[in-house]
Structures are given as C-alpha cells and as structure tokens.
Design a protein around this ligand. Sequence first.
Ligand code: HEC
Ligand code: HEC
Ligand code: HEC
Length: 418
Amino acid sequence: MTAMRAKTLTVAATALLALIVGLWAFRPPASRANGDKDHDKEKGGHAHVPAPLEYADIHVPLSVWTDHAMIARGKGIYTTRCAVCHGDQGDGKGPAGMALPLKPPDFRDEDGVAEMRDNYWFWRVSEGGQVEPFKGKGSAMPPWKGELSVEDRWAVMAYQHTYSGHNGPHVPWEHPGSIAVGRDIYAMACVPCHGVVGKGDGSVGPMLAPRRAPQPRDFTNSEFKFRSTPSGQLPTTADLFRTLTEGVRSEGGPMTIGLRGHRIMPSFQHMPVAQRLEVLEYVKSFNRTFWDRQEIKVVTVPTPPAMTPDRLAGGKKLYADAECLACHGERGRGDGPSAPTLKDNRGLPIAATNLTRPERFKNGARPEDIYRTLVTGLAGTPMPSYADSLEPDQVWDLVYYVLSLSQDQGRTAGTAAR
Ligand code: HEC
Ligand code: HEC
Ligand code: HEC
C-alpha cells in the first residue's frame, strides 16, 4: 500500500517536472541561435530563421537534387537570372553582387548551405528580400515567385546546391546541423513524453494515463489525430503548430489536476514562434514521408451557418442514424454500448469522449473545430471520418446537436467548467 503510494507520488513528481520544463520558454544555445550568422559579415546576409507556415510544407522532392535534367535546367536559369549577383562560381561575387551593402552568400561554403533547410531555401527564392528579417536589413535579393514556376525554382535550387559540393539530396538526415536548434528544444521539452527517437515512449508518457490511451504520439508512425487534411493523410505543419500551441486537453485524471484545461500535453504558447517552428522541423524529420507528399489537400470548413431548431432536430436524428450513440451514448456522456470495448491503434483501451464537456475537446470546441473533427476523423482511434458519408449540411446539424448536449448540464456543471 505505502509502496504503491510512494510510487504514485514519484510518478506525479516526475510528470510535474516534465510539465514545468515543458512550459518553459527555451533559449537555444547561443552558438546555434538563429540569425547568429549575421554577425559574420564575411558570409553575407545569412539569417536562418525558420520558413513561415505558408512555406513550411513545401519540401523539395528528394529526386530533384540529383536529377541531371533538373540541374541542367537550373543552370540555364541561374546563368541568366542569378549569376549577376551570385557569381558564375556561386561565390556571391557577381558584378552586381559586389556592389551591394548586404552581400549574397557564398554557396561554395558547404556548412552554410547545409544549414539551409529545403523549405527555407524555397521561401527565399520565392519571396527574396521582400520579407522580414531580410527586408529590414536592406536585402536586394529579388522575389522570383512571379517569374519562375515551382519546378523552375526547384531546378535553380538544385543547381545552386551543386556549388556546395554535396552530392546527395538536401534533406535534414543528410545535414543534422540544419535541425540542431529544434533537436535541442525537443530534448528539453518533448523527450520526457515523446521519447528520444520520437516513438512516444518517453518515461513520463505511461504515467499520464497508465495502460490506457492516449499515450504521447509516436512521430515515426503516420497516424496523426489533429489534422485539417483528409483521413489517411499527414497533418500540415500548421496543424502541428496548432497542437503545440494549444496543447492537448483531456478528460482529466490524476496527472492533469491543476493544469489549465486538464491538458495531457501542455500548451507551448509561451515558446517563441520561431522556436515552435524549429522544434516542428525536428519532429517532422522523424518521419520521412513528410518529404514524399507532392500535393497537400486541406479540407475546407465552410463558414458556420446559423443554428436553428431544425438543425438541432436533424442533428439528433443523425446522431442516432450515424450511430454516434453506439460509442458516445444516447446523452453524449461517453457511455454508449460499444464504449467499453474501444481500443486505439496501440491496442490500448480508449474512452469515447464525453460530449457534454466541450471545454475538454482536444481538437477544439468551436463549431468549425467540431466540423473539422467530424470530416477528418481522429486517426489511430475508433473515431471515424464522416467526410464520405455526410453532406456538409448534415455535418453542421450534428455539430450543433453535439454542442447542445452540454446545455442540459449547463445549470449544474457549466459554471465550474469554464
Ligand atoms: C540583385 C541581386 C540578386 C539576384 C539577381 C539574385 N540574388 Fe539571391 N541574394 C541576393 C542577396 C544580396 C542575398 C543576401 C541577402 C538575403 O539573404 O536576402 C541573396 C540571398 C539569396 C538566398 C538566401 C541564402 C541564405 O544563405 O540565406 C538564396 C537561396 C538566393 N539568394 C537565391 C537566388 C536565386 C536562385 C537567384 C536567381 C533566380 C537569385 N538569388 C538572384 C542578391 C541577388
Ligand atoms: C507531458 C507530456 C507531453 C509533453 C511534454 C509533450 N507532449 Fe506532445 N503529446 C502528448 C500526448 C499525451 C499526446 C497525445 C494526445 C492524444 O492522443 O490525445 C501528444 C501529442 C502530440 C502531437 C500529435 C498531435 C496529433 O495530431 O496527433 C504533437 C505534434 C506533439 N504532441 C508535439 C509535441 C512537441 C513538439 C513537444 C515538445 C515541445 C511535446 N509534444 C511535448 C504529451 C506530451
Ligand atoms: C466507433 C466509436 C465511435 C463512433 C461511431 C463515433 N465516435 Fe466520436 N469519438 C470516439 C472516440 C474513441 C473518441 C476519442 C478520441 C480520442 O480521445 O482521441 C471520439 C471523439 C469525438 C469527439 C471529440 C473530439 C475532440 O476534440 O476531443 C467528437 C466531437 C465526436 N467524437 C463526435 C462524434 C459524432 C458526432 C459521431 C457520429 C457522427 C461520432 N463521434 C461517432 C468514438 C466514436
């Protein structure tokens, strides 16, 4: 008995420690800090800030870097468009480049090029010096997105890459230094739960929900719950960013007492945006399929229509017809007849969400969030996607019905929950 109790306490202490560490805002080691290269005037305007979310998912297909036809096509583009500043030798000493106060970098510098991630590189070629922090520094690098197609931009990058002398594809697992900042943050903030190699097997994980789901995500597996992409797809970087920023709420349990929103994963909203982006580039590197996808489809969430009594009635009927109640129970309390038998993709028992507590929904509780949950499903759990079986109007009916389930409780539990 007492041994058990002592163990529970140690467990609680470890978990709390991890959470406190997790809530801290990190300072990556100075030698690795973004923008550090600015101090190195010799190397020109390098400032390897992470690519913004609009560009974060644009990973160059691996074959491009070594494809001779692409490299030849890129050489033609480089000679006519880039060499005037970047130089015939890629050394940044083109006639126009020499005159600039902020010099083009030397692409023969293997380490400097290795630090540039593919999505950063593509962003720079696309937007040039028109975006911060480069604009503020007076960069003369032109934007090319209006003039060069995506493939042309890949081609010229592949050619530029040859100056560095590196022969393989330009990916993080060839250049671990390019994700070192993220690795350091991950080691401090994520390892206790997600594990050293991202398999979701950190020491704290099992204590959060002993022998039950959810366990921290296994990043090497392609099943992610919180997505704006269709069932079976990887999430976008923006989806991962949302999860990291919001954390993951839960039904509660001993380890979540006292945590805002009963989060089973803390919110990292206080971590600077650049650091959140860095750690996500590291997280993605656990799963190379992030570099395999060519086109990313995102489900569209229409603007929520007005809630009407008709919608509620329609939703109530659908809730029965679509068998939501088999898992979530007639009154949405998570006590449907199938609930006790549900398992996640690791074979662990998983609870059907108590729909009367929307403030604890993991994927958000605004009408558009619940819409997204219903059309994407929660991969790796029994919660299916209804994208193929329901019309958008029917989904909205269900969304409003789900939200109405908490109203019966409103008077008793509502105030305490908020
Ligand atoms: C008018 C001169 C000029 C032209 C033309 C030009 N660049 Fe640049 N480029 C620069 C300058 C100056 C910098 C350094 C400042 C910065 O990073 O914005 C730069 C930076 C870059 C960087 C970022 C390197 C890093 O280390 O962050 C890339 C990539 C790049 N250029 C690619 C190209 C490509 C590809 C072309 C042709 C399609 C091109 N540039 C044409 C001036 C130019
Ligand atoms: C206290 C433990 C804990 C810490 C610390 C933690 N996580 Fe998590 N994380 C979890 C749990 C548990 C889940 C799974 C929640 C679920 O499945 O409902 C999760 C899920 C995720 C997901 C997956 C979302 C999805 O769509 O499936 C991402 C991404 C993620 N965490 C990133 C991070 C990153 C990056 C860090 C470090 C900055 C981190 N987490 C720190 C516990 C943690
Ligand atoms: C086969 C069982 C099953 C069926 C059928 C099912 N669900 Fe779920 N649902 C689950 C499970 C399990 C979860 C919890 C997943 C988790 O915690 O990661 C869930 C989660 C949810 C969530 C909460 C997501 C969040 O953000 O935390 C909502 C909302 C939801 N379901 C609504 C519905 C509706 C509406 C239907 C019918 C159209 C439905 N479910 C059908 C099992 C089911």
